[in-house]
Design a protein around this ligand. Sequence first.
Ligand code: PBG
Length: 326
Amino acid sequence: MKFPETRARRLRKTENIRDMVAQTHLNISDFVYPIFVREGKNVKNPIDSMPGIYQLSIDEAVKEVKEAYLLGIKSVILFGIPNVKDELGTQAYDENGIIAKAIYEVKSAVPELVVVADACFCEYTSHGHCGVLNKEGELLNDPTLDMLKKEAYVYAKMGADIIAPSGMMDGMVKVIRESLDENGFYNTAIMSYSVKYSSSFYGPFRDAAESAPAFGDRKSYQMDYRNADEAIKECMLDIEEGADYLMVKPALSYLDVIRNVKERFEYMPLAAYNVSGEYSMVKAAAKRGWVDEKQIMIEMLTSIKRAGADIIITYFAKDMAKILGG
Ligand code: PBG
């Protein structure tokens, strides 16, 4: 018996056929747009290593989120840059601190916007590490958790819809959930940076957030990129502790990890963070005319979604929104 000849190219014949059979589609509602907020008025400091991204004073940040919302972006993640840093990073949970004010103002300006608050300490500590250090310069887990509780409470009180702990402390989701519930914030969700690797792709972000560690690195708390299976353990712990969303970060060198996590925990919304270095490399190459920025951007973001991400945190959010047409 002669089998019909196998042909794959029929499904690629015309654009409409390709669209009909395409498995992965980007939607505006996939994207979360990161915003850096600092003290002052009318401040719009360009970040050299991240063309198109700025440190904004609150008044400018409010303008920016309004514009983003009009473009169809439904969610932002906020990062604060305080004027004063100290050993403990107390500005992170000061109710009059930059990030608390920014959450409040952004949420008040556009109440429908889903406001995610990154909960960490590296932007607020004088040493640039993500929590409390001992004399030897080691990051202490449980004292950092005590501060995280306060931080989560303040962010929820200021109106954040989602708290996103990014410090990779053990037990961070549990204490945040407790703190939120004790204070009646039952509907404030937790998007855990569950699988966050110690990565050189964060370089430009540390310029933007002024959060580079003054000494050492983050390898004792962020994951080792040689490990994939450990991601499953991190996610399992976070789910047990009460996470509502999981995250893998960075995205592009970690598509295998995104896929593994999605297959294992398909019932959990999964975010991927298309981080600063991934953005800057495209911008740098595009500026030289070496790559087609728009096409590369779409291909990269599509690959992150194809790997299994439901949500993509990306500095390209506005550019994508313009293409997708609101
Ligand atoms: C804070 C934090 C970082 C990023 C997001 N939250 C920096 C870090 O861990 O050093 C990086 C994001 C990016 O590179 O775009 N802990």
